[in-house]
Write a new protein. Structure first.
Length: 161
């Protein structure tokens, strides 16, 4: 979580859901706060393309990533049983509640699957989410990847492994 500095310009672009127009995400991802917390080398000017989404989607995006976000099948990462998807959804809802609370109108979600630094693996498994809280001026950054290869996942899915 990174504090967004006071800035009428940032406020203007955030209110219009066009933070990418001022390279907000490049500055955020290259900041000492993000790079230091992740412990990764970040290019000086990362330039991933983000989609803008409603904060209402945050728990769904997180639950989907928990269930289907890597090279290993869901069955090998969590006991496959009735209610497992519901557990993933509840965990994602808890995360959403911590970030958004009930202030959906005051936050936006931004998503990319681009590898904006060398830490990321295959594009299919990369995820960067940035939740921007306009009231409290926070940017919550969540990154995920998998070290597995897309080809290995395809072989496993086809039963070749």
């Amino acid at each position: 979580c990174v504090r967004i500095p006071e800035s009428p310009a940032i406020d203007w672009f955030a209110a219009r859901n066009c933070l990418a127009d001022v390279n907000f995400f490049g500055h955020l991802l290259a900041s000492d706060a993000v790079a230091g917390e992740l412990g990764v080398a970040v290019p000086e000017h990362p330039d991933p393309s983000f989609t803008v989404e409603s904060s209402l989607t945050l728990d769904g995006v997180l639950a989907e990533e928990l269930v289907h976000g890597g090279t290993r099948s869901f069955e090998t990462t969590l006991d496959q049983q009735y209610g497992a998807y519901a557990r993933a959804k509840r965990l994602a809802e808890d995360c959403r509640d911590e970030i958004i609370e009930d202030r959906y109108e005051e936050a936006t979600l931004h998503r990319t699957r681009e590898a904006w630094c060398e830490w990321f693996g295959d594009p299919a498994w990369n995820l960067t989410l940035v939740a921007v809280d306009r009231r409290y001026r926070w940017a919550w950054v969540l990154v995920a990847t998998d070290d597995g290869r897309l080809e290995a996942a395809a072989r496993q899915a086809s039963g070749a492994d």
